[in-house]
Structure formats: structure tokens, C-alpha cells
Design a protein around this ligand. Structure first.
Ligand SMILES: *Cc1c(COP(=O)(O)O)cnc(C)c1O
Length: 360
């Protein structure tokens, strides 16, 4: 720490992203790593997205982007059957989450509830922005007890499906939470919704306190573009805009906007890849079950697993030595578990055969 760092942040513990090895980094076996640690898609963006990055588009890089991403926003609005004033784009959902914490959870209406086991960024934003928060314990089976949230009178953030458990709430449970907390914000982070869960987007027209955030990073194969969007009632979006225009008016770059708009014409491609990932998830789970792994009922593009005789840390280290990266947290309640992203069938077969060797 430099001697200049604000004393406000002396104890700040930033979020630690999963490892991103350099593109030419080799594992101890001399091969590229198989990356199953940050829930990226194993599939490239569709051809329509790639061809949208034309020479003309690259030449236009000299100009600032449209600050609100008007074209992309109007396409997103059509896609979801809402109005453009119900949508705002951001530089990844992480940015939109940060804006939301700042806009709605600070000050005298502030404070927020979220589960004790969930996306690691929520407590980081809360600490950064001095937001009082309560981390409500998930059940022993890692499910969210919705009664903890119904009529809580507190702002709420839920990842649905939750991370890193993959367990999803149904839309009617989200509705009960939104309905019973009409004077509070209910923020639903739907980063993984396309892998088998129900979206709350259709509830936006009914509940003006509901804020849903989607990302292009997972199901749309564009983690590198840093693109996401919030869907909510017009006043919520306009509040978020005020925060954005007070921090970074050109928050989403031109190429990301162009690629994001092109992606909306590729539903068929994405549907096919999502179906494939769900199928590979089922396959991987049934193979790991044969080794004795215990897993949650994941509706995401990852599985959350533990083995009765192999610690989470040990599995993480041994797989890394064999060229496969997965995610492990040394945190209470989940230290026995690992999170494994669903890659291609071939990548999962490599994982399964390495685990077989490790267990031998
Ligand atoms: C991956 C992830 C995000 C971050 O998404 P970006 O759009 O890449 O910033 C947000 N929420 C959850 C729960 C995630 O797992």
C-alpha cells in the first residue's frame, strides 16, 4: 500500500477473479490449460457477431460510441418486449451491479440482504460503498429460503441461478419476493439464466421495484467484450443513468455495442449451444456421480461438487498440475467444494479421465 491510499480503503478486500493464464501459457504437462474456472463459453461467438467487426467498424473507432448505446438498447427492447427506457447497457454486469449498489443501497434508504454463499462481488461492493448488509445463511442443502426475503423490508440481491451453487429459484418465488417488498429494490442477477432457469424479466411490467441484470459474458460467448444490460421500470433505469453519467458516460465501447446488437440476430445459434451445454452438464454429472461426487442441482453452465475423500483444495491443485483449471474457495461452508465450468464434451472427457487417475 502506498502512503497516499485513502484510510477509508485500508481494509478493503477486493474481489479475486479466477486465473486467466496468458494465451501461450502451458501447463506442467507442456500443453495449453483446459480452462474450466471462470464460466466462459467454450464456443466462439456466432459468425454474425464476428462479421459485424468490419473494417469500416474498426475505422469508426476514432469516434466515441453512442453514450447510451441507442441502437443496441432498441434491439434489446424489441427482443424482450419492453421499451427502450426500460433498458440500460453496461461494461459487464459487474459495472451495472456497482452502479446499482451505489444508486439504491447507500444512504438512508440503504442496506441490502443477500445469501452468505453467493457471488463474491456483492460483499465487495457493499464494503466499497459503505453499504450495511446482512448475509443470510443458505440452508444446509445450499437452497435459498425464500421466507428469509418475503416481506423483509430490506433491499435484496439474489443471483438466480445462484453462484457458485447453480441452484435456481422459480419465477413465482421471485415474484413473491418482489411483491412483498414493494418499497425496496429486488435485484436479480441472471448471469446464468439461459442454462435452464426461469427469468424474471416478464415481471418487470408488474413490479416497479424489480431490477434484472443480464450479461453477454456467459451464454452469449462474449466475456471479452464486457457487455451487459439492466432491465427495470423507467425510473430505476433513469436513476442508474444518473450514476453512469457521474462516473463514465462512454462506459460501453463501440465494438461491444456493435457485436452485442449483431448477437441478437443469432438466437438459433445460442439456443443450440445452450442446449449442448445443458446436455454436457448432465453427462459430466452422471460420470462424476460414478466416482462418488456429491453435487447440487445446477441450472448453470457449471457444477458445484465435492468428493467424500478428496478435499476441494487437493482436487484443485492436482487438476492444475495436470493442466485443468477449476475454481476453489477457501471459505467457510464451501471449502470442500469445487466449481467446474462446463466446457465441450471433449474437455469434460479430459477432466473425467484426469479425475479417474487422481482417485486411483
Ligand atoms: C460472471 C458473473 C457476473 C459477471 O458478469 P460480467 O457481465 O462478466 O461482469 C455477474 N454475476 C454473476 C453471478 C456471475 O457469475
Amino acid at each position: 500500500m502506498s502512503r497516499f491510499f485513502s484510510d477509508k480503503f485500508k481494509t478493503l478486500k477486493p474481489y479475486i477473479p479466477g486465473e486467466q493464464p496468458k494465451s501461450d501459457a502451458l501447463s506442467p504437462l507442456g500443453l495449453p490449460y483446459i480452462k474450466l474456472n471462470t464460466n466462459e463459453s467454450p464456443y466462439p461467438p456466432p459468425p454474425g457477431v464476428i462479421s459485424a467487426v468490419s473494417k469500416k467498424e474498426l475505422e469508426l473507432q476514432r469516434l466515441y460510441p453512442n453514450p447510451e448505446g441507442a441502437l443496441l438498447v432498441s434491439k434489446l427492447a424489441k427482443h424482450y418486449g419492453v421499451l427502450p427506457e426500460n433498458i440500460m447497457i453496461g461494461n459487464g454486469s459487474d459495472e451495472l451491479l456497482a452502479f446499482s449498489f451505489l444508486a439504491f443501497f447507500t444512504g438512508s434508504r440503504g442496506g441490502v440482504l443477500f445469501p452468505d454463499i453467493t457471488y463474491g462481488f456483492y460483499p465487495v461492493y457493499a464494503e466499497l460503498f459503505d453499504v450495511p448488509y446482512t448475509a443470510l445463511p443458505l440452508g444446509d442443502d445450499f437452497t435459498v429460503n425464500i421466507n428469509d426475503y418475503i416481506g423483509s423490508g430490506k433491499n435484496i440481491v439474489l443471483a438466480n441461478p445462484n453462484a457458485p451453487t447453480g441452484i435456481a429459484l422459480c419465477a413465482s418465488d421471485i415474484e413473491k419476493i418482489a411483491k412483498s417488498n414493494q418499497n425496496q429494490i429486488v435485484l436479480i442477477d441472471e448471469a446464468y439464466v439461459d442454462f435452464g432457469a426461469e427469468s424474471a424479466v416478464s415481471l418487470i411490467s408488474k413490479y416497479d421495484n424489480l431490477l434484472v441484470i443480464h450479461t453477454y459474458s456467459k451464454a452469449r460467448s462474449m466475456a471479452g467484450a464486457r457487455l451487459a444490460y439492466a432491465i427495470a421500470s423507467a425510473p430505476i433505469i433513469s436513476d442508474l443513468m444518473k450514476i453512469k453519467y457521474s462516473i463514465n458516460s462512454y462506459n460501453v465501447n463501440r465494438l461491444a455495442q456493435t457485436m452485442g446488437a449483431a448477437a441478437l440476430d443469432e438466437d438459433l445459434y445460442y439456443k443450440e449451444k445452450q442446449t449442448q451445454i445443458i446436455k454436457t452438464r448432465k453427462y459430466t454429472m452422471s460420470e462424476l456421480e460414478k466416482f462418488g461426487f456429491i453435487m447440487t442441482d445446477s441450472k448453470a453452465n457449471f457444477i458445484f461438487a465435492k468428493h467424500p475423500s478428496l478435499s476441494g483444495d487437493e482436487l484443485y491443485i492436482k487438476l492444475k498440475a495436470r493442466g485443468i483449471l477449476i475454481r476453489h474457495w477457501n471459505k467457510p461452508r464451501i471449502a470442500d467444494y469445487v466449481r467446474i465450468t462446463i466446457g465441450t464434451k471433449e474437455q469434460m472427457d479430459a477432466l473425467i479421465s484426469e479425475i479417474r487417475e487422481i482417485l486411483r
